[in-house]
Design a protein around this ligand. Structure first.
Ligand code: FE2
Length: 202
């Protein structure tokens, strides 16, 4: 298995002014590509993982061969998380307006605004580099958590639906160390149609 950079579903400047074009370009072409290159390099040393899916690689760390465990875990997680992150954004994002997904949001959080407030708090509060996720658990309920580094909810058997990258490389050029400003801006580009679609099929 040789992983490649998935096509970005929009132009580098599509998320302006909320996320600037230069940040998207560097984040996608350099950071995301680097995780893929390192993942491929690690997998080349572990042919026994050739038939293991990306999701399986980041579900059970102890199942990975020790010699490549950290490299595969971290870089497969980085590839998975970034791939979802790009899909979860679009020009002129909005709020989810109707349907089973909104019903599930209202059941769990009370309102879409409450979801937004809770995820903002979790993302801002993640110590150091990491991610904040909206997930669906095995019972079909929604939840929010943050993970350090490139860990993902798959390690807890939870299905990611929406993710925000809170590594500094995601916002440093425009927002420097002001992570809360970046999070507030990011809500303007969330692709809720895509997230709702994942909720329905996962
Ligand atoms: Fe990133």
């Amino acid at each position: 298995m040789n992983y490649t950079l998935p096509k970005l579903p929009y132009a580098f400047d599509a998320l302006e002014p909320h996320i600037d074009a230069r940040t998207v370009e560097i984040h996608y072409t350099i950071h995301h590509q680097a995780y893929i290159d390192k993942l491929n390099d690690a997998l080349s040393k572990a042919p026994e993982l050739a038939d293991t899916s990306l999701e399986q690689l980041i579900s059970d760390k102890e199942a990975l061969p020790e010699a490549v465990r950290d490299a595969v875990w971290n870089n497969a997680g980085g590839h998975f998380a970034h791939s979802l992150y790009w899909q979860c954004m679009k020009t002129d994002g909005g709020m989810v307006s109707e349907g089973a997904f909104l019903d599930a949001i209202n059941d769990e959080f009370g309102s879409a605004l409450s979801l937004k407030e809770k995820m903002t708090e979790v993302a801002a509060g993640q110590f150091g580099s990491g991610w904040a996720w909206l997930f669906k658990d095995k019972e079909g309920n929604l939840g929010i958590l943050s993970t350090p580094n490139h860990d993902t909810p798959l390690a807890e058997g939870k299905t990611p639906l929406l993710v925000i990258d809170v590594w500094e490389h995601a916002y440093y050029l425009k927002y420097q160390n002001r992570r809360p400003e970046h999070i507030d801006a990011w809500w303007n580009v969330v692709n809720w149609e895509y997230v709702a679609g994942l909720f329905l099929i996962k």
